[in-house]
Design a binder for this molecule. Structure first.
Ligand SMILES: Cc1cc2nc3c(=O)[nH]c(=O)nc-3n(C[C@H](O)[C@H](O)[C@H](O)COP(=O)(O)OP(=O)(O)OC[C@H]3O[C@@H](n4cnc5c(N)ncnc54)[C@H](O)[C@@H]3O)c2cc1C
Length: 398
């Protein structure tokens, strides 16, 4: 039986990066990467709309951890070892120039994810990582020296160390369970909200620069840019909410009441006061034509449907409008996958892993990197940063 130093299972961002790190630390070690499909780095290719949002320009580890609904505490140490700055340096040193966009997302200057793929695969090849595609692993067993892997139509192989980098794949979870781990049930994260009979449908495409979005009856609330779509709500605020409340939403079968706060930087009382003042100052004007809060014009018209002059609006009517401006209810029934980026919440419980080395606390020699862990970030390059950082730690420690 062939005996190896390290096998990495999974040819995604985390697995390839871990294999590169391991081989660069110890060039004499035998490092093999086994990928089930015929395609390496498939998610890198489609990510960020084909541009690959490699990381985010957030260079303060503690601040960076705030972008992870699951894993923020555990990633603090790892980010001190491999941060977005290390990611940038790593790629730029190998010729992949990166650029930062206004919202902090970092992409290759070429705007092509292929640049990232080529850089990673070239490095792996130069170092001599043995990458094998279309590999069917039928069984993994713990042995005295490490692990024995049974491969379809091939001789079994033995390895001292094993890195599982299989993303959200069920097989990866099953092997981890076999080796003594539990699994946090996987549920989707980063999606948009469907509102049947959406009363704002005609405003599809309008982006509100700042709105609050809350799941009624819970503490889950987010503020930020909100996009009105044909079928409901999207944009950074909605995506952040979907990530932080991923499990709650799953449990509620994506049937919840959302409350939109169109004026999150002031209180309902302040809005009411503003409306009363306006009525006193311009009694003859139509409130609908006034747009006193500078909301997108069509949105204001949809919210303030009463064409009456201000003088003809009762105190009760003004109160009802100010309430609506701060707690506008929408019944959500279902979700839609956000095409630019989605991720799985759940996987290997963080408490079962030593985040200094990414080694299992239950099965010595076994390591986990990337999305197989119960770690996920919001949209913006944070999920790849998790793949690079955990890949780096596992690769250097094995
Ligand atoms: C459409 C889309 C766009 C995205 N865009 C971004 C973005 O712009 N920025 C960002 O930060 N994040 C983005 N993400 C999230 C990011 O792609 C993932 O978090 C990241 O790819 C996880 O890397 P990974 O290596 O852990 O897992 P994966 O990329 O899922 O790789 C796992 C690999 O393991 C292989 N595998 C699975 N089972 C087996 C098996 N039994 N045997 C052998 N191999 C196996 C799979 O085939 C796959 O190649 C996006 C995700 C999607 C789906």
């Amino acid at each position: 039986m062939q005996s190896l130093n390290l096998i990495v299972i999974g040819g995604g961002a985390a697995g390839i990066f871990a294999a590169i790190q391991a081989k660069s630390q110890n060039p004499k070690a035998s490092v093999i990467l086994l990928e089930k499909t015929a395609v390496l780095l498939a998610k890198v290719r489609v990510s960020g709309g084909g541009r690959c949002n490699v990381t985010h320009s957030c260079f303060q580890p503690r601040k960076l951890t705030e972008f992870y609904p699951r894993g923020s505490k555990e990633l603090l140490g790892p980010f001190h070892h491999f941060s977005p700055q290390n990611t940038i340096d790593w790629f730029q040193k190998r010729g992949a120039k990166l650029k930062t966009e206004e919202d902090g997302r970092i992409f290759p200057v070429t705007n092509r994810s292929e640049t990232i793929i080529e850089t990673l695969l070239k490095e792996a090849k130069q170092l001599g990582v043995d990458i094998r595609i279309r590999q069917r692993i039928e069984n993994i067993e713990k042995s005295e020296n490490g692990f024995i892997l049974s491969l379809r139509d091939k001789e079994p192989v033995e390895t001292q160390k094993l890195i599982l980098a299989t993303g959200s794949s069920k097989e990866g979870h099953a092997w981890a369970q076999k080796l003594g781990h539990t699994i946090e049930a996987p549920v989707p994260s980063l999606f948009t909200f469907n509102v049947p009979a959406f009363k704002l449908q005609e405003l599809s495409g309008i982006a509100v620069p700042r709105a609050g979005i809350t799941i009624d009856g819970t503490a889950h609330t987010q503020t930020g840019p909100l996009l009105i779509t044909h079928f409901g709500f999207s944009g950074p605020a909605a995506l952040k909410l979907s990530a932080w409340a991923a499990r709650t939403l799953f449990e509620k079968e994506y049937k919840v009441k959302l409350l939109i706060n169109w004026l999150p930087d002031q209180t309902e009382e302040e809005s009411m006061e503003q409306l009363i003042q306006l009525k006193a100052n311009s009694p003859r004007k139509s409130l609908q034509m006034e747009n006193p809060f500078s909301l997108p014009k069509n949105l204001w018209k949809a919210l303030c449907t009463d064409p009456k002059r201000l003088n003809d609006l009762t105190h009760k009517e003004l109160r009802s409008l100010s309430t609506k401006l701060h707690r506008d209810p929408y019944r959500v029934e279902g979700k839609t996958t956000h095409k630019e980026e989605f991720v799985t919440c759940g996987g290997i419980p963080r408490r079962e892993v030593d985040f200094r080395t990414m080694e299992s606390k239950l099965c010595p020699g076994l390591h986990f990197v990337g999305e197989i862990l119960d770690v996920d970030g919001v949209t913006g390059g944070f999920n790849f940063q998790n793949a690079w950082t955990t890949g780096y730690l596992a690769g250097t420690s094995v």
